[in-house]
Design a protein around this ligand. Structure first.
Ligand code: NCD
Length: 315
């Protein structure tokens, strides 16, 4: 695997390979010395044209644990704000000898353009492109869910028959898109619920069921996992819902809704959370919430992604 651009084009075997390598990486992270020599001599550039806390830190930690040299490049404060193009920026990184470029960009498709451009020889890992995809987020979410369900016996297992509900601002969510493809490929049954204004056009072609009534969905199906999405107000030029109070009361995981979830169901959120808006603190901080596990598992998952793209899994 030279690049990791989306989960839509990952087949089942490759998805399971990444998750199993992530299990191996996670096992090494229990040791006192967490660093592996795997990417010694390689250079990974974190090229971030959009704000990020978790994803950037997580990729940085992953690359460093594999002994790569890491260069963090935020577009603010660089020549990009002087109008330098993605092509010129990429060629600068090529000239300094980057082996891997982890790209977050506001334009959907930017990582695919970079990977297919011929401007660079480096591997490209998509760290979130516009509203399109965020493949490592879906991989770490799936890794987390698989562990909650299969425990130590997770290796080689898929999510056959697991029922997942994804709730909220689906229209703007690259996390939702990447999860829909990956979870379906691994056999999960995915349902989506959100306000009609925040459900994308063309969703009829997705391998999911779609609804607008969260209480009805929760009453109808005993979900194994409920994944709440952040409401992405920064991507909204218009009003997509009347008020935040109305949003919370219709589509938020309130304390009352948290109570009606099946006993075994887990609550997921990619972060950053708007507490009290799309998710109540009681749900976010409960033992059934995987929010912090998701962040911790992100490092092992990104170690797997960097290892497989930069070495092809050969070392
Ligand atoms: C997500 C993103 O940036 O797409 N965050 C993340 O990477 N953990 C989700 C979000 O910002 O809502």
């Amino acid at each position: 695997m030279k690049h990791l651009l989306s989960t839509r084009d990952l087949d089942r075997a490759t998805a399971l390979q990444i998750l199993d390598v992530a299990e191996d990486m996670a096992a090494t992270q229990q040791r006192e010395v967490k660093k592996l020599p795997t990417l010694r001599g390689k250079t990974v550039v974190n090229l971030f044209f959009e704000d990020s806390t978790r994803t950037r830190i997580s990729f940085e930690a992953a690359a460093k644990r594999l002994s790569a040299d890491v260069i963090n490049f935020a577009a603010k404060g660089s020549s990009v704000s002087k109008g330098e193009s993605l092509q010129d920026t990429a060629q600068t990184l090529e000239a300094i000898g980057a082996d891997g470029i982890v790209l977050r960009h506001p334009a959907s498709g930017a990582p695919a353009v970079l990977a297919g451009s011929g401007w660079i020889a480096a591997s490209v890992v998509n760290a979130g492109d516009g509203t399109h995809e965020h493949p490592t987020q879906a991989l770490l979410d799936t890794f987390t869910l698989r562990r909650r369900i299969h425990g130590d016996g997770s290796r080689g297992r898929d999510l056959d028959g697991v029922r997942v509900l994804i709730v909220g601002d689906i229209l703007h969510s690259r996390v939702a898109r990447s999860n829909v493809w990956l979870l379906s490929t691994l056999g999960a049954q995915v349902s989506l619920v959100g306000p009609p204004t925040l459900v994308p056009f063309g969703i009829g072609d997705w391998p999911v069921t779609v609804g607008h009534d969260l209480d009805a969905a929760l009453a109808d199906t005993a979900f194994d996992a409920v994944m709440m999405l952040r409401v992405q107000t920064e991507r909204m030029a218009d009003a997509f819902f009347p008020s935040s109070r109305e949003y919370s009361s219709n589509w938020g995981l309130t304390a009352a809704r948290f109570m009606v979830l099946p006993e075994h169901a887990v609550v997921m959120h990619p972060g950053p959370m708007n507490r009290g808006f799309e998710i109540a603190s009681g749900a976010a901080d409960s033992p059934r919430s995987t929010v912090r596990e998701q962040v911790a598992n992100g490092v092992a998952t990104r170690m797997a992604a960097l290892y497989l793209t930069l070495t092809g899994g050969a070392q």
